[in-house]
Design a protein around this ligand. Structure first.
Ligand code: MLT
Length: 283
């Protein structure tokens, strides 16, 4: 049986031309967590936010709880909007989806931004915990079991100096549906290790991590940066697991650079008779 995934909700988050940054959000949030970082992008860098299935304004439409199906839904939605390729950027859960997209639709993904995420699968303990939370959400039909997450997601510096982020995150979490939250936990629990996908990815990669991230740690980020062929690693000081929310400007700067690297890789080579040619050859 062939199923066509339903279209996901997408949002133009920054104006520009050419290949877009496709911004995939963390759990249990939606595209709004990217808004501040998108505003801080360099001029001309186009950015599209996506609500992943069951989150924000995107429907689940009977989809299996598999990140492979999520990746297909993101790809199908953007292709139907006329996008031929994208620089796919995901924070945490969004990063798991970005790697699944690179695996399943390699022709679409011309650059990867892996922010506060990891390429490895859950440990048995982490998987069991996820399924326990999913069951608790389903059993109570409330999102109460994930309401305390902001204190884990935000780093100690944000907890002390950016107190306004707590009510902000709580409002975003409260807007999610119990069905979508439980479904996303089950989909993340089922994901495999995708370090090999990163190893064989040919385009530029930006790995970004908060120095105070205890969910997906700087060691997880170094593991990804070492696996990728062409990676730039940015460790953002004084932020935790939600670097794009805690320090949007630093994350936007790293993503702007990634976008430029992708554009440079796509540009035709310059020859001596062309304006702007610079030779590095020694006489
Ligand atoms: C997220 O921020 O998306 C989640 O913390 C990811 C996870 O639970 O692995």
């Amino acid at each position: 049986m062939t199923t066509t995934p339903a279209a996901l909700a997408t949002y133009p988050l920054h104006d520009g031309g050419g290949t877009p940054l496709v911004l995939l959000h963390a759990f249990p949030l939606d595209h709004r967590m990217w808004a501040a970082a998108a505003r801080a992008l360099p001029p001309g860098v186009r950015a599209i936010g996506v609500d992943l299935p069951g989150q924000g304004h995107s429907e689940l439409s009977g989809m299996r709880a598999r990140l492979e199906d999520v990746a297909d839904a993101v790809y199908g939605t953007l292709r139907d909007q006329g996008e031929g390729n994208g620089v796919v950027v995901g924070l945490s859960m969004g990063g798991y989806v970005a790697l699944a997209l690179a695996e399943r639709h390699p022709g679409f993904v011309v650059g990867l931004g892996l922010v506060d995420t990891k390429s490895t699968a859950d440990t048995d303990q982490a998987r069991a915990n996820r399924l326990r939370v999913a069951d608790a959400v389903t059993g109570s039909q409330t999102i109460d079991p994930v309401l305390s997450m902001p204190s884990t997601l935000l780093g100690p510096t944000s907890a002390a100096e950016r107190r306004e982020l707590f009510p902000q995150l709580e409002a975003w979490i409260r807007a999610q549906s119990p069905t979508g939250v439980a479904w996303a936990q089950r989909a993340m629990a089922a994901r495999p290790d995708r370090t090999e996908v990163l190893r064989s990815f040919r385009g530029p990669v930006a790995v970004v991590v908060g120095a105070e991230d205890t969910v997906t740690t700087p060691d997880d980020a170094r593991h990804m940066a070492e696996a990728a062929k062409d990676a730039a690693l940015t460790v953002v000081p004084r932020v935790g697991h939600l670097s794009a929310v805690e320090d949007p400007s630093s994350v936007a700067a790293a993503l702007g650079l990634l976008h430029r690297r992708v554009a440079e890789q796509a540009a035709p080579p310059r020859w001596p008779w062309q304006e702007g040619y610079t030779s590095t050859a020694r006489p």
